[in-house]
Ligand binder design. Structure first.
Ligand SMILES: *Cc1c(COP(=O)(O)O)cnc(C)c1O
Length: 359
Protein backbone atom coordinates (compact mmCIF):
# COMPACT_ATOMS: atom_id res chain seq x y z
CA UNK A 1 0.00 0.00 0.00
CA UNK A 2 1.31 3.45 -0.89
CA UNK A 3 0.98 6.19 1.69
CA UNK A 4 -2.79 6.65 1.92
CA UNK A 5 -3.09 10.44 2.24
CA UNK A 6 -5.18 11.88 -0.61
CA UNK A 7 -7.45 14.84 -1.23
CA UNK A 8 -10.58 14.04 -3.22
CA UNK A 9 -11.81 17.07 -5.21
CA UNK A 10 -15.52 16.85 -5.96
CA UNK A 11 -16.07 18.88 -9.11
CA UNK A 12 -19.84 18.38 -8.93
CA UNK A 13 -19.80 20.12 -5.57
CA UNK A 14 -17.99 23.05 -7.23
CA UNK A 15 -20.83 23.32 -9.75
CA UNK A 16 -23.43 23.11 -6.96
CA UNK A 17 -21.70 25.85 -4.97
CA UNK A 18 -21.37 28.07 -8.03
CA UNK A 19 -25.12 27.69 -8.57
CA UNK A 20 -25.72 28.78 -4.94
CA UNK A 21 -23.63 31.92 -5.50
CA UNK A 22 -25.35 32.58 -8.82
CA UNK A 23 -28.81 32.22 -7.27
CA UNK A 24 -28.13 35.16 -4.92
CA UNK A 25 -27.65 37.59 -7.83
CA UNK A 26 -28.68 35.81 -11.04
CA UNK A 27 -28.19 38.77 -13.37
CA UNK A 28 -24.67 39.69 -12.25
CA UNK A 29 -21.38 38.50 -13.76
CA UNK A 30 -19.69 35.96 -11.51
CA UNK A 31 -15.90 35.60 -11.55
CA UNK A 32 -14.68 32.64 -9.50
CA UNK A 33 -11.64 33.26 -7.29
CA UNK A 34 -9.03 30.55 -7.93
CA UNK A 35 -5.95 32.15 -6.34
CA UNK A 36 -3.61 30.08 -4.16
CA UNK A 37 -4.07 27.02 -6.38
CA UNK A 38 -7.85 27.38 -6.04
CA UNK A 39 -7.57 27.47 -2.23
CA UNK A 40 -5.50 24.29 -2.35
CA UNK A 41 -7.85 22.34 -4.63
CA UNK A 42 -5.76 22.51 -7.82
CA UNK A 43 -6.22 25.64 -9.93
CA UNK A 44 -6.61 24.12 -13.38
CA UNK A 45 -9.00 21.38 -12.26
CA UNK A 46 -11.13 23.80 -10.27
CA UNK A 47 -11.08 26.54 -12.92
CA UNK A 48 -12.08 24.13 -15.66
CA UNK A 49 -15.00 22.82 -13.59
CA UNK A 50 -16.11 26.32 -12.60
CA UNK A 51 -15.99 27.66 -16.16
CA UNK A 52 -17.88 24.57 -17.40
CA UNK A 53 -20.48 25.27 -14.69
CA UNK A 54 -20.94 28.83 -15.97
CA UNK A 55 -18.41 31.10 -14.23
CA UNK A 56 -18.00 34.22 -16.39
CA UNK A 57 -14.37 34.72 -15.44
CA UNK A 58 -11.66 33.89 -12.91
CA UNK A 59 -9.66 35.89 -10.35
CA UNK A 60 -6.04 35.23 -9.36
CA UNK A 61 -3.35 36.93 -7.30
CA UNK A 62 -0.33 36.74 -9.60
CA UNK A 63 0.66 36.67 -13.24
CA UNK A 64 2.15 33.22 -12.63
CA UNK A 65 -1.22 31.93 -11.47
CA UNK A 66 -2.81 33.34 -14.64
CA UNK A 67 -0.08 31.76 -16.78
CA UNK A 68 -0.73 28.37 -15.19
CA UNK A 69 -4.41 28.66 -16.10
CA UNK A 70 -3.65 29.65 -19.70
CA UNK A 71 -1.13 26.78 -19.92
CA UNK A 72 -3.91 24.50 -18.71
CA UNK A 73 -6.01 25.53 -21.70
CA UNK A 74 -8.33 27.94 -19.89
CA UNK A 75 -9.25 30.93 -22.03
CA UNK A 76 -11.87 32.52 -19.75
CA UNK A 77 -11.33 36.18 -18.77
CA UNK A 78 -8.97 36.57 -15.79
CA UNK A 79 -8.68 39.41 -13.29
CA UNK A 80 -5.47 40.07 -11.40
CA UNK A 81 -6.76 41.04 -7.92
CA UNK A 82 -3.82 43.21 -6.83
CA UNK A 83 -2.75 44.10 -10.35
CA UNK A 84 0.86 43.79 -11.50
CA UNK A 85 3.69 43.80 -8.96
CA UNK A 86 6.18 45.62 -11.18
CA UNK A 87 5.90 47.53 -14.47
CA UNK A 88 7.75 44.73 -16.29
CA UNK A 89 4.68 42.55 -15.82
CA UNK A 90 2.44 44.84 -17.90
CA UNK A 91 3.32 43.27 -21.27
CA UNK A 92 2.76 39.79 -19.80
CA UNK A 93 -0.65 40.91 -18.49
CA UNK A 94 -1.52 42.17 -21.97
CA UNK A 95 -0.32 39.01 -23.68
CA UNK A 96 -2.41 36.87 -21.31
CA UNK A 97 -5.43 39.13 -21.76
CA UNK A 98 -5.67 39.92 -18.06
CA UNK A 99 -7.80 42.61 -16.50
CA UNK A 100 -5.82 44.37 -13.77
CA UNK A 101 -6.69 46.06 -10.51
CA UNK A 102 -4.99 49.45 -10.05
CA UNK A 103 -4.62 50.19 -6.35
CA UNK A 104 -1.55 52.42 -6.02
CA UNK A 105 -0.08 55.55 -7.61
CA UNK A 106 2.97 53.68 -8.88
CA UNK A 107 0.76 51.30 -10.88
CA UNK A 108 -1.07 54.25 -12.39
CA UNK A 109 2.17 55.92 -13.44
CA UNK A 110 3.45 52.65 -14.88
CA UNK A 111 0.30 52.29 -17.00
CA UNK A 112 0.64 55.86 -18.28
CA UNK A 113 4.08 55.17 -19.74
CA UNK A 114 3.52 51.55 -20.80
CA UNK A 115 3.07 50.64 -24.46
CA UNK A 116 1.79 47.04 -24.31
CA UNK A 117 0.77 45.18 -27.45
CA UNK A 118 -2.90 45.41 -26.46
CA UNK A 119 -4.65 47.76 -24.02
CA UNK A 120 -5.71 46.35 -20.64
CA UNK A 121 -9.05 46.40 -18.88
CA UNK A 122 -8.59 48.10 -15.51
CA UNK A 123 -10.38 48.22 -12.17
CA UNK A 124 -9.72 51.08 -9.76
CA UNK A 125 -9.54 49.71 -6.25
CA UNK A 126 -11.13 52.09 -3.76
CA UNK A 127 -10.48 51.85 -0.04
CA UNK A 128 -13.92 52.27 1.52
CA UNK A 129 -12.79 51.24 4.99
CA UNK A 130 -10.68 48.08 4.92
CA UNK A 131 -7.50 50.18 4.86
CA UNK A 132 -5.43 47.57 3.12
CA UNK A 133 -5.00 48.49 -0.54
CA UNK A 134 -6.78 51.02 -2.73
CA UNK A 135 -7.20 54.73 -3.33
CA UNK A 136 -9.09 56.98 -0.93
CA UNK A 137 -12.55 57.81 -2.28
CA UNK A 138 -11.59 61.41 -2.98
CA UNK A 139 -8.65 60.26 -5.15
CA UNK A 140 -10.81 58.09 -7.41
CA UNK A 141 -11.96 60.83 -9.82
CA UNK A 142 -8.46 61.98 -10.84
CA UNK A 143 -7.19 58.38 -10.97
CA UNK A 144 -10.00 57.48 -13.32
CA UNK A 145 -9.28 60.51 -15.52
CA UNK A 146 -5.63 59.54 -15.82
CA UNK A 147 -6.52 55.93 -16.70
CA UNK A 148 -9.01 57.08 -19.34
CA UNK A 149 -6.24 59.12 -20.94
CA UNK A 150 -3.68 56.28 -20.95
CA UNK A 151 -3.19 54.47 -24.25
CA UNK A 152 -2.42 51.24 -22.35
CA UNK A 153 -5.93 51.25 -20.88
CA UNK A 154 -8.97 49.83 -22.66
CA UNK A 155 -12.37 51.43 -22.14
CA UNK A 156 -13.90 52.81 -18.97
CA UNK A 157 -12.14 51.67 -15.77
CA UNK A 158 -14.30 49.65 -13.37
CA UNK A 159 -14.66 50.51 -9.71
CA UNK A 160 -13.91 47.86 -7.09
CA UNK A 161 -13.85 47.65 -3.33
CA UNK A 162 -13.44 44.87 -0.75
CA UNK A 163 -15.40 44.34 2.47
CA UNK A 164 -13.43 43.94 5.70
CA UNK A 165 -16.11 42.65 8.06
CA UNK A 166 -18.82 41.14 5.89
CA UNK A 167 -18.52 37.87 7.84
CA UNK A 168 -20.26 39.61 10.77
CA UNK A 169 -23.81 40.39 9.69
CA UNK A 170 -24.44 42.70 12.65
CA UNK A 171 -21.43 44.86 11.83
CA UNK A 172 -22.25 48.47 10.79
CA UNK A 173 -18.81 48.81 9.16
CA UNK A 174 -20.11 47.00 6.07
CA UNK A 175 -23.02 49.40 5.71
CA UNK A 176 -20.54 52.26 6.04
CA UNK A 177 -18.32 50.75 3.34
CA UNK A 178 -21.28 50.37 0.97
CA UNK A 179 -22.33 53.94 1.68
CA UNK A 180 -18.80 55.24 0.96
CA UNK A 181 -18.76 53.27 -2.30
CA UNK A 182 -22.06 54.80 -3.38
CA UNK A 183 -20.84 58.35 -2.88
CA UNK A 184 -18.66 57.69 -5.95
CA UNK A 185 -19.70 58.12 -9.54
CA UNK A 186 -20.12 54.69 -11.14
CA UNK A 187 -20.02 55.22 -14.90
CA UNK A 188 -18.58 51.76 -15.62
CA UNK A 189 -18.60 48.31 -14.09
CA UNK A 190 -18.55 47.84 -10.30
CA UNK A 191 -17.46 44.97 -8.03
CA UNK A 192 -17.95 44.63 -4.30
CA UNK A 193 -18.82 41.20 -2.98
CA UNK A 194 -16.70 38.25 -1.89
CA UNK A 195 -18.45 35.15 -0.47
CA UNK A 196 -19.57 36.81 2.75
CA UNK A 197 -20.88 39.79 0.79
CA UNK A 198 -22.81 37.53 -1.57
CA UNK A 199 -24.33 35.41 1.20
CA UNK A 200 -24.82 38.00 3.90
CA UNK A 201 -25.29 41.45 2.37
CA UNK A 202 -28.03 42.04 -0.22
CA UNK A 203 -26.70 45.58 -0.74
CA UNK A 204 -23.34 44.15 -1.88
CA UNK A 205 -24.79 41.81 -4.50
CA UNK A 206 -24.19 44.11 -7.47
CA UNK A 207 -21.79 44.14 -10.33
CA UNK A 208 -19.07 41.58 -10.72
CA UNK A 209 -19.25 38.99 -7.92
CA UNK A 210 -15.97 37.58 -6.62
CA UNK A 211 -16.80 34.44 -4.63
CA UNK A 212 -13.93 32.32 -3.35
CA UNK A 213 -14.36 30.25 -0.22
CA UNK A 214 -18.07 29.49 -0.73
CA UNK A 215 -17.29 27.82 -4.06
CA UNK A 216 -15.12 25.34 -2.20
CA UNK A 217 -18.00 24.49 0.13
CA UNK A 218 -16.94 26.43 3.20
CA UNK A 219 -18.99 28.98 5.11
CA UNK A 220 -17.41 32.44 5.34
CA UNK A 221 -19.29 33.00 8.62
CA UNK A 222 -17.92 31.87 11.96
CA UNK A 223 -20.32 29.61 13.88
CA UNK A 224 -21.86 28.34 10.64
CA UNK A 225 -20.99 25.49 8.33
CA UNK A 226 -21.38 25.24 4.57
CA UNK A 227 -24.49 23.07 4.77
CA UNK A 228 -26.34 25.98 6.42
CA UNK A 229 -26.14 27.72 3.03
CA UNK A 230 -26.70 24.71 0.75
CA UNK A 231 -22.99 24.50 0.02
CA UNK A 232 -21.23 21.14 -0.35
CA UNK A 233 -17.57 20.60 0.66
CA UNK A 234 -15.36 20.18 -2.39
CA UNK A 235 -12.22 18.78 -0.76
CA UNK A 236 -12.29 15.69 1.40
CA UNK A 237 -8.92 14.96 2.98
CA UNK A 238 -8.56 11.22 3.49
CA UNK A 239 -6.10 8.81 4.99
CA UNK A 240 -6.11 5.48 6.82
CA UNK A 241 -5.19 4.02 10.17
CA UNK A 242 -1.71 2.52 9.86
CA UNK A 243 -1.66 1.05 13.40
CA UNK A 244 -3.91 0.38 16.35
CA UNK A 245 -2.03 0.30 19.64
CA UNK A 246 -3.32 -1.16 22.92
CA UNK A 247 -1.81 1.16 25.50
CA UNK A 248 -1.88 1.02 29.28
CA UNK A 249 -3.13 3.53 31.84
CA UNK A 250 -0.42 6.16 32.30
CA UNK A 251 1.17 5.74 28.85
CA UNK A 252 1.98 9.14 27.37
CA UNK A 253 1.37 9.47 23.63
CA UNK A 254 3.58 11.22 21.07
CA UNK A 255 6.11 14.07 21.14
CA UNK A 256 6.32 15.77 24.47
CA UNK A 257 4.02 13.18 26.04
CA UNK A 258 1.30 15.82 26.18
CA UNK A 259 -1.55 13.33 26.43
CA UNK A 260 -1.66 10.40 28.88
CA UNK A 261 -3.97 7.38 28.67
CA UNK A 262 -6.37 7.54 31.64
CA UNK A 263 -7.02 3.79 31.30
CA UNK A 264 -6.02 0.80 29.17
CA UNK A 265 -7.26 1.78 25.72
CA UNK A 266 -6.87 1.50 21.95
CA UNK A 267 -5.03 4.34 20.21
CA UNK A 268 -5.14 4.70 16.43
CA UNK A 269 -2.27 6.06 14.38
CA UNK A 270 -3.30 7.90 11.20
CA UNK A 271 -0.99 8.66 8.29
CA UNK A 272 -1.43 12.46 8.16
CA UNK A 273 0.60 15.26 9.68
CA UNK A 274 1.69 18.83 9.35
CA UNK A 275 3.87 17.77 6.42
CA UNK A 276 0.57 17.26 4.60
CA UNK A 277 -0.94 20.49 5.88
CA UNK A 278 -2.85 19.08 8.82
CA UNK A 279 -2.49 21.88 11.40
CA UNK A 280 0.18 21.21 13.99
CA UNK A 281 -1.66 23.39 16.49
CA UNK A 282 -4.81 21.20 16.38
CA UNK A 283 -5.29 20.32 20.05
CA UNK A 284 -6.38 17.06 21.67
CA UNK A 285 -10.11 16.77 21.06
CA UNK A 286 -10.05 17.93 17.43
CA UNK A 287 -12.59 15.74 15.58
CA UNK A 288 -11.45 12.98 13.20
CA UNK A 289 -13.64 10.39 11.45
CA UNK A 290 -12.52 6.74 11.54
CA UNK A 291 -14.85 4.46 9.54
CA UNK A 292 -17.25 7.40 9.68
CA UNK A 293 -17.19 7.39 13.50
CA UNK A 294 -16.10 10.64 15.13
CA UNK A 295 -13.15 10.22 17.50
CA UNK A 296 -10.87 12.82 19.12
CA UNK A 297 -7.30 13.61 18.16
CA UNK A 298 -4.93 13.05 21.10
CA UNK A 299 -1.37 14.23 21.66
CA UNK A 300 0.74 16.33 19.32
CA UNK A 301 0.45 16.35 15.57
CA UNK A 302 3.68 15.00 14.04
CA UNK A 303 4.97 15.68 10.53
CA UNK A 304 3.57 12.45 9.09
CA UNK A 305 1.25 11.02 11.74
CA UNK A 306 -1.43 11.83 14.27
CA UNK A 307 -2.89 9.71 17.06
CA UNK A 308 -6.56 9.31 17.93
CA UNK A 309 -8.51 7.99 20.92
CA UNK A 310 -10.32 4.85 19.71
CA UNK A 311 -12.31 4.18 22.88
CA UNK A 312 -15.40 5.36 21.00
CA UNK A 313 -14.65 2.95 18.14
CA UNK A 314 -12.79 -0.03 19.66
CA UNK A 315 -13.43 -2.26 16.63
CA UNK A 316 -11.35 -0.04 14.31
CA UNK A 317 -8.53 -1.88 12.57
CA UNK A 318 -5.42 -0.86 10.65
CA UNK A 319 -6.43 0.14 7.14
CA UNK A 320 -9.65 1.77 8.32
CA UNK A 321 -10.55 4.83 6.24
CA UNK A 322 -10.06 8.16 7.99
CA UNK A 323 -11.50 11.54 7.05
CA UNK A 324 -9.68 14.60 8.35
CA UNK A 325 -12.18 17.04 6.85
CA UNK A 326 -14.69 17.33 4.05
CA UNK A 327 -17.58 14.96 3.38
CA UNK A 328 -19.04 14.15 6.81
CA UNK A 329 -16.76 16.47 8.77
CA UNK A 330 -16.91 20.17 7.88
CA UNK A 331 -13.46 21.77 7.67
CA UNK A 332 -15.00 24.63 9.66
CA UNK A 333 -15.17 22.35 12.73
CA UNK A 334 -11.53 21.35 12.43
CA UNK A 335 -10.56 24.98 11.86
CA UNK A 336 -12.46 26.14 14.94
CA UNK A 337 -10.82 23.45 17.06
CA UNK A 338 -7.40 24.48 15.73
CA UNK A 339 -8.00 28.21 16.22
CA UNK A 340 -7.92 29.06 12.54
CA UNK A 341 -10.25 29.34 9.54
CA UNK A 342 -11.17 26.89 6.81
CA UNK A 343 -9.38 29.04 4.24
CA UNK A 344 -6.02 28.44 5.88
CA UNK A 345 -6.49 24.68 6.23
CA UNK A 346 -7.50 24.26 2.57
CA UNK A 347 -4.70 26.47 1.25
CA UNK A 348 -2.22 24.69 3.50
CA UNK A 349 -2.59 21.19 2.04
CA UNK A 350 0.91 20.54 0.78
CA UNK A 351 2.20 19.37 -2.57
CA UNK A 352 2.88 15.85 -1.39
CA UNK A 353 -0.87 15.18 -1.07
CA UNK A 354 -2.21 13.84 -4.39
CA UNK A 355 -5.47 15.48 -5.51
CA UNK A 356 -7.99 13.10 -7.09
CA UNK A 357 -10.67 14.77 -9.15
CA UNK A 358 -14.05 13.08 -8.73
CA UNK A 359 -17.30 14.01 -10.46
C1 LIG B 1 -9.63 36.42 -2.05
C2 LIG B 1 -10.49 37.52 -2.53
C3 LIG B 1 -11.85 37.31 -2.75
C4 LIG B 1 -12.57 36.02 -2.38
O1 LIG B 1 -12.87 36.04 -1.01
P1 LIG B 1 -13.70 34.88 -0.29
O2 LIG B 1 -13.83 35.34 1.11
O3 LIG B 1 -12.85 33.65 -0.41
O4 LIG B 1 -14.97 34.75 -1.03
C5 LIG B 1 -12.59 38.35 -3.31
N1 LIG B 1 -12.00 39.54 -3.59
C6 LIG B 1 -10.70 39.79 -3.35
C7 LIG B 1 -10.13 41.13 -3.66
C8 LIG B 1 -9.90 38.79 -2.80
O5 LIG B 1 -8.61 39.04 -2.54
Amino acid sequence: MTRPVRAAIDTRALANNLAVARSRAPAEPLWAVVKADAYGHGAVTAARALVAAGADGLCVASVEEAEALRAGGIDAPILLLEGFFEPAEIPRCAALGLAVVVHAPWQLTALEVARPEWPLTTWVKVDTGMHRIGFHPEEVGPVRDRLRAASAVAGEPGLMTHLARADDRSEPATTNQLRAFDTLEQPGAVSIANSAGILGWPGARRGLLRPGIMLYGVSPFPEEVAGDHGLVPVMTLHSRLIAVRRLAAGDAVGYGGTWTCPEAMPVGVVAIGYGDGYPRHAPSGTPVLVDGVEVPLIGRVSMDMITVDLRGHPAAEPGAPVTLWGDGLPVERVATAAGTIGYELLCGVTRRVPRDSIA
